[in-house]
Design a protein around this ligand. Sequence first.
Ligand code: ARG
Length: 637
Amino acid sequence: MGDDEASTSASPQPHKPAPPPGAAGSVKQHISSLVASSLRATAPQVDDVQPMVEVCAQNFGDYQCNNAMGLWPRVQGSPGTSFRNPNAIGQAIAENLPACDAIESTSVAGPGFVNIVLSNTWIAKRIQDMLVNGIKTWAPIVPVKRVVLDFSSPNIAKEMHVGHLRSTIIGETLARILQFLNVYVLRRNHVGDWGTQFGMLIEFLFEKFPNWEELGSQAIGDLQLFYKASKERFDNDEEFKVRAQQAVVRLQGGGEKYRTAWKRICQISRNEFDEVYKLLDVQLEEKGESFYNPYIPQVLEELSNQGLIEESKGARVIFIEGHKSPLIVVKTDGGYNYASTDLAALWYRLNVEKAEWIIYVTDVGQQQHFDMIFKAAKMAGWLPDPNEKKFPKTSHVGFGLVLGADGKRFRTRSTEVVRLRDLLDEAKSRSKSVLVELLDKKGKQYNCGFLFAFLITFQVKYEVRFCSGKLVDWTDEELDKTSKELGYGAVKYADLKNNRLTNYTFSFDQMLSVKGNTAVYLQYAHARICSIIGKSNMDVEDLKMNASISLGHPDERALGLHLIRFSEAVEEACNELLPSVLCDYLYNLSEMFTRFYTSCQVVGSEEEPSRVLLCEATGIVMRQIFQFLGITPVYKL
Ligand code: ARG
């Protein structure tokens, strides 16, 4: 699945040429480039200063430039400088900003903070450009083209648990964000498909089902139960243990019968994983641990030639600064392990896949492991010093635990880990109840003849407007589909909205609530926007070309400003690898929309054309973020 073969070849991927400055990128990037030019004029003797622009902390402006204070000690007393204090530098920065239509006014506060107020016309124009040319024109510019994203990565024959669900959901979102930024993403499923446990599984298969070859995957049935049974046998029978250990050697030596059995076991797990990926609409390309196995000897040799590998207590290890215990790369029994595989995988990703950025999404518990791997790679000269901010670079995207209502690790009543399929099924059935209740409250019924006629009429108009209009009657099928979209969306959003490093409590009641920061609330807000546009008789496509947006009311301006900050939210989410930034942005957007809608009449007002366009822009931005988060938008609720 996922990437095609071309992804590993050297053939260049198509990339959009960099747009002219100001035409794309974030507002912050645009303001920064204006400030950069002002800094050159203000302090020509200092040529290494980066513009420091951020969103205004107070209400004095929309953005602020914080360069003056840092510049002061550098220009103070230098020949030809007449500045008497940082405030004077701030004044000069403000004056030297190039003439442009983006900035309405500036003011300088305290020790030289330059407050910048954007022009309403410029904000409106930026929104209108997006409406005409598409939201891709709002993609911020990132300095990277090719990324390996290692996520999901469950283990064969073991349950894919909620931890893997987190990795899958977070990883998929990061992949979507990066792809929006025109980055080529190699989505890698680093499944645990190699290791000593396979000796035990294979030997157990041979023993229990001598005719396993004819039986196909039926022989094993439930792989988790099979794993448990074989582990029990392994732990309690010395003779079996020896056979299992020999089986590992045979498998790793390429014994055909052993390879076939191993492949069979992997396939059963793969089918189960794929089912979950399909439900979640996740794309991954499997390159499991076994894939990198052949590369391990040469990689270790390279490290050994550099003098990085030492003998320690019968094992071969790399000592790493800041870590008490060394990184074991060859075990005492001569076998390779998780670390040697990750070193080989990193080598492959850098040298064969030519990744500029390699991102690993796992629980925070593996942070130390990755820190050691990255440091070892740096010692080997594969990676530059992280402080130098050069490429290639590596990042570990850690995340916290999923907790149950009792505050402990999320488990089902039987204290088993939760099966993802069951969890998603439950999300769907519960969201169905929520949906039916919601419809009841609104006095609507599904499968109602008269409503059907009404909605069909509505649909015609709706489809003309959105092309993607999905208004049909609430047939059972539609109800089912919407429940699924709401339910799965709720699970994803409940995960993504938290700062990933913190633990979060899994609660169906909370995530399916219509109030608060939930996917259901956001879906509801989105559907309402669509319904407002539907109620207007204006042709949105025509308005995009012929009407203009005005931001006269403060709530209109606030909404407009927040809309154009979409790019910054995406940029921050990408730089910090934090999907929650987008969730916060989305929630704030829907709140700002509500404020706007409460104070500004849309349908039937004089400003209807402009306001319908603001509704449309809000809908587009919401849908783009839904797309990042893997949430299918609902058009009717
Ligand atoms: N299979 C591992 C686990 O379940 C995650 C693998 C993450 N990726 C990596 N390259 N180590 O914990």
